[in-house]
Design a protein around this ligand. Structure first.
Ligand SMILES: [Zn+2]
Length: 364
């Protein structure tokens, strides 16, 4: 991974690269401290899919730690570039199909984030105004995934060899500096002549929502999984031979593309066949529990309670608590959510506590 990252960005400048796995209350997937990345223990999944997160935190050694956003209003410069680099590393170490799955999962996440912010579209801009805003309130997949899409769009426009050359020059020019979006755009226009005629740079960086030239990945595996997810709407559960080679990322993509709410019998049948509620991969388990909650299939609420009490990673807490308190006719679930939070609160990091309190403030 380090070799691949060096071939993208140039030499690794920090001498050592260590990983420290923290207790389950660590609120993030990872944190890119120079020389020693912190990781959630949920990265250990029993297969290689956790490698994606290591690739992400490693890539921050260049984008984020060598070049840093001037302030949080340009956070996409850290996360968009890092998400792009993460997928280039995954492409080399796990193959193009897996890289396409991570792009597809990201695409879902971006669409959900834009939907979540439909009443506050400022939060869907790459470059945004955060005056008076708690950064944790507006934290979302937008800087990661819209940032990724923007860079991917530029790569498609100019071709990979030219884009790789541009990336290396960008790092070499701005390393050990803090920059903002305009600095990046000026550098892009100076080095890729005429780019502003082919891509609406202002729409991408200052516009709301998802630009029309953003797109889903193209890969046979991706198309197959999303079409199986569509079949579920018609009541068809994938056959065992269709999922024989699936690992965490395949299941995550499948679950992400299911309808939000289905019949209880469908939830139960899916789990009876594949035991997703017992997965050791929290991305799979929580994806399934979200389907159960939004379908109000209370057979799984014991598992929801167990999960909320054993991990404090916001990636899991946020959707589980949100799904419990959102939507009509769920007074019972709101009471449950409040009880679980009261019992689990002391085990969560203060940032996670604040995020859940903000969810309750909006919906309860
Ligand atoms: Zn990151």
């Amino acid at each position: 991974m380090i070799r691949q990252a060096e071939s993208l960005f140039g030499e690794y400048e920090w001498e050592r690269f260590d990983l420290l796995v923290l207790p389950p209350s660590f609120p993030y997937g990872g944190m890119e401290n120079p020389r020693m990345v912190f990781l959630t223990p949920t990265v250990i999944k029993g297969d290689a899919s956790g490698a994606q997160m290591v690739a992400h935190e490693l890539a921050h050694s260049w984008t984020g730690n060598l070049i840093t956003n001037k302030n949080n209003e340009h956070f996409w410069l850290n996360e968009g570039f890092t998400t792009y680099a993460e997928r280039r590393i995954v492409e080399v170490v796990q193959g193009e199909d897996i890289a396409a799955l991570t792009i597809g999962n990201g695409w879902r996440g971006l669409n959900e984030a834009v939907e979540r912010f439909k009443d506050n579209m400022e939060y869907t801009k790459l470059k945004n105004n955060q005056e008076g805003v708690d950064p944790d309130d507006m934290y979302s997949r937008v800087p990661y995934e819209k940032g990724f899409q923007f860079l991917w769009r530029i790569e498609h426009q100019i071709g990979r060899p030219a884009f790789d050359e541009f990336l290396k020059k960008y790092i070499a020019t701005f390393k050990f500096k803090s920059i903002d979006t305009d600095t990046f755009l000026d550098f892009l226009k100076a080095n890729v002549h005429g780019i502003e005629k082919d891509i609406d740079l202002q729409l991408w960086t200052e516009g709301t929502g998802i630009p029309p030239d953003a797109h889903e990945p193209v890969s046979n595996l991706y198309i197959k999984i999303t079409s199986l997810a569509n079949d579920f709407k018609l009541g068809r559960i994938p056959r065992e031979d269709e999922v024989a080679s699936w690992k965490g990322q395949e299941w995550e993509l499948y679950l992400n593309n299911l309808p939000r709410a289905v019949e209880h019998s469908q939830v139960l049948a899916l789990d009876a066949r594949y035991r997703l509620s017992e997965s050791k991969d929290y991305d799979v388990k929580v994806g399934f529990l979200q389907l159960a909650i939004s379908s109000r299939c209370r057979d799984y609420y014991g598992e929801v309670e167990k999960t909320l009490k054993e991990v404090g990673r916001m990636r899991y807490l946020r959707p589980l608590y949100s799904d419990l308190v959102q939507g009509p006719g769920n007074e019972e679930d709101k009471i449950l959510a409040k009880r679980l939070f009261a019992e689990a609160r002391e085990c969560y990091h203060p940032i996670a506590q604040g995020v859940i309190e903000a969810i309750f403030a909006r919906h309860v």
